[in-house]
Design a protein around this ligand. Structure first.
Ligand code: ADP
Length: 466
């Protein structure tokens, strides 16, 4: 299962911390127990010495007295003392009932008799409760051994209490650590998120932009520098391609112009007939090629970021001029053009030639696609902050899936509309680039079968291109 890097980091962090805290907890419990048992051992030693001193050469009664004195103050039933005879039987006992039976095994007994005090934790009594015992040989006792024992109940209780505290604190600490770890991981990854946002914002039209390089020499700095180096290469390649298109279309202009002139001359001297038809169709194709080359050159220049003029421009005046220019084309198709200025709008700021070209392209398309003897309506409206121009026709419209694609280069809606064949699909791409360079928006709306409408919105106040 693939987890987000932030979650993975947090999980690793929490898991490592859990192992460390568990080990630390276990160490604390073992240490606490060992220290407490050492304390118990010391208490047992001092009790045993007390008894040994007290008993001296005395008999049974004296052991009872000394034993009781030595064990006084300790809870009855948890501490006991006994004397084991040479055969290992209990000769005498005092204190807790567990002392009534031998509290150490024969091996411990043998060791104690040999002179080595034996300390051990053993289960005693019917319940098998844990006791700490100390067995030492009675000096001059003729093989008799003194065994003192005390319950380890208190020790177990203290250790248990700490264990419960740790069991409660550990998960709480882990939850806090998880929250903190997640926060830290998020912080550490923030530069990556920023770089991602920056990189995804760099499109073909903003290739000169670069990702901000973090000042610290680390993986993130290397990543940013690598991405920037890649952007350098992409920019150079795109620039190369742009130059190539611009140069190629520029180089095509002159031979095409010569071809058109010579075809005109040839047409003038060729008598009507097949040859003249062929010449005139060649002339049309040469025109089309010249227009395409011209459009390609315009696009290449727009891509390079040509300087636009920043004059006050009235969209309604540009619309009237475009309508006048295209009047003969419209008349040839019987199409009427109506211009409606909803509100005398304030001028926009821009390049009148380029904006004029946009409106001419839109009106030209509308005339081209309007139905025979149809209608084209150009509207100019002033809205708060922007002026909106629309060009609507009553032609076949545009399928919804093509509404945004019509602005792509060389995109043409595939239909059998023969009269629209002369275009190469660059007109609207040019419109989009010009409008964008003015900081405006362009879009199309259509109800297929009921015509198409193109909208251009331009900011009223000067605005830098995005
Ligand atoms: P072209 O030179 O082919 O007209 P454009 O970029 O101007 O290129 O238009 C692209 C495509 O958008 C056209 O081929 C056509 O399919 C579609 N289109 C443009 N304007 C209209 C319109 N008014 N009505 C229907 N389709 C249109």
């Amino acid at each position: 299962m693939a987890l987000a890097i932030r979650t993975r980091l947090t999980l690793w962090y929490v898991a490592t911390l859990a192992v460390i805290l568990a080990a630390l907890g276990a160490f604390l419990l073992v240490r606490l127990r060992a220290d407490l048992v050492t304390g118990v051992d010391q208490a047992l030693s001092s009790r045993a010495s007390q008894i040994v001193l007290g008993v001296g050469g005395g008999g049974q009664q004296q052991f009872q007295d000394v034993g009781d004195t030595a064990l006084r103050g300790l809870p009855l039933g948890t501490t006991g003392a006994q004397i084991l005879g040479p055969s290992g039987t209990v000769e005498d006992s005092t204190g807790a009932g567990v002392a009534a039976r031998p509290m150490v095994g024969s091996r411990s007994l043998a060791l104690a008799r040999a002179g080595a005090p034996v300390r051990a934790s053993v289960p005693l009594g019917p319940g098998g409760d844990a006791f700490r015992v100390l067995a030492i040989a009675l000096p001059g006792g003729g093989g008799r051994v003194l065994v003192v024992a005390t319950s380890l109940d208190d020790v177990s209780r203290s250790v248990h209490r700490l264990a419960i505290l740790l069991a409660l604190a550990l998960p709480a600490a882990l939850v806090l650590a998880a929250l903190g770890g997640r926060l830290l991981a998020g912080r550490a990854l923030r530069p990556v998120a920023r770089m991602t946002a920056e990189a995804s914002g760099i499109g073909a039209d903003r290739l000169s932009e670069r990702i901000e390089v973090p000042p610290v020499t680390d993986e993130l700095q290397r990543l940013a520098m690598t991405l920037n180096a890649m952007l350098d290469r992409i920019e150079a390649a795109v620039e190369h391609q742009r130059r190539f298109v611009a140069d190629a279309s520029h180089e095509l202009r002159t031979p095409l112009a010569v071809m058109r002139t010579e075809l005109d001359v040839a047409l003038r001297v060729t008598p009507p007939g097949d040859a003249a038809d062929a010449l005139s169709s060649t002339r049309e194709e040469a025109d089309r090629m010249a227009r395409t080359a011209e459009n390609l050159l315009t696009l290449a220049r727009l891509d390079e970021g040509i300087r636009l003029r920043r004059d006050p421009v009235r969209l309604d005046e540009l619309a009237r001029r475009a309508a006048r220019t295209l009047e003969p084309v419209a008349r040839a198709r019987g199409v009427s053009i109506e211009i409606e200025v909803a509100e005398p709008s304030s001028p926009v700021t821009g390049d009148p030639d380029r904006l004029g070209q946009v409106i001419t392209n839109l009106v030209d398309n509308a005339i081209k696609y309007a139905r025979d003897a149809g209608h084209v309506r150009v509207t100019v409206r002033g809205l708060p902050g922007e002026a909106v121009l629309s060009v609507a026709d009553d032609g076949p419209g545009i399928p919804s899936e093509a509404l945004t694609r019509v602005f792509e280069r060389f995109f043409r809606v595939e239909t059998s509309r023969s009269r629209a064949r002369e275009g190469a699909g660059l007109g609207l791409a040019i419109c989009r680039e010009v409008v964008r360079a003015h900081g405006g928006r362009i879009w199309a709306e259509s109800r297929p079968g009921h015509g198409a409408a193109f909208f251009v919105a331009l900011p009223l106040s000067p605005s830098p291109p995005p």
